[in-house]
Design a protein around this ligand. Structure first.
Ligand code: S3P
Length: 169
């Protein structure tokens, strides 16, 4: 962690980015940010509303703006939205501004962790397992491409994963 003082967590919905990110920030005395929360703070609307009003396209523009702005800072842990890496600009930006950690998990865990979730518009109205499988096919190569490190989050507590990340970086 010598010169790059930011840690960016990428990975799919239900990988534990926010929970693990908070532990990591605590342990390393860094500030924690979450791109979804920042979009909600700026718009005063929840993510589902942004999708409803502006579509996924509008949401992605906001997500890219937020990530550009947050990555200007130094000394942060950022939990990125699971779809942010579909933008090449975002991938380049993350790679240039910090250490990128891909939190990997199984589809079963993702389904379990997002089960009763009404917050994620992409998981409403469709079978979550099918959606998550399709997204994984498209996005896993992108998480891998941008990541400096890959960490499994399946069978460990968030605190244990945070410790593992600290040992790696
Ligand atoms: C999305 C993931 C969500 C959120 C939005 C879209 C995605 O963030 O940005 O619902 O496209 O995978 P989390 O990865 O924090 O759930």
């Amino acid at each position: 962690m010598a010169e790059k003082r930011n840690i960016f967590l990428v990975g799919p919905m239900g990988a534990g980015k926010s929970t693990i990110g908070k532990h990591l920030a605590d342990e390393l005395h860094l500030d924690f940010y979450d791109s979804d929360q920042e979009i909600e703070r700026r718009t005063g609307a929840d993510i589902a509303w942004v999708f409803d009003l502006e579509g996924e396209e509008g949401f992605r523009l906001r997500e890219e703006d937020v990530i550009n702005d947050l990555t200007e800072m130094q000394g942060i842990v950022l939990a990125t939205g699971g779809g942010s890496v579909i933008s090449k600009n975002v991938r380049n930006r993350l790679a240039a501004r910090g250490i990128v950690v891909y939190l990997q998990t199984t589809i079963d865990k993702q389904v379990a962790r997002t089960q009763r979730d009404k917050r994620r518009p992409l998981l409403q109205n469709n079978d979550p397992e099918t959606v998550l499988r399709n997204l994984a096919e498209e996005r896993n190569p992108l998480y891998e491409e941008v990541a400096d490190y890959v960490v499994q989050t399946d069978d460990q507590s968030a605190r244990a994963v945070a410790t593992q990340i600290i040992e790696k970086i």
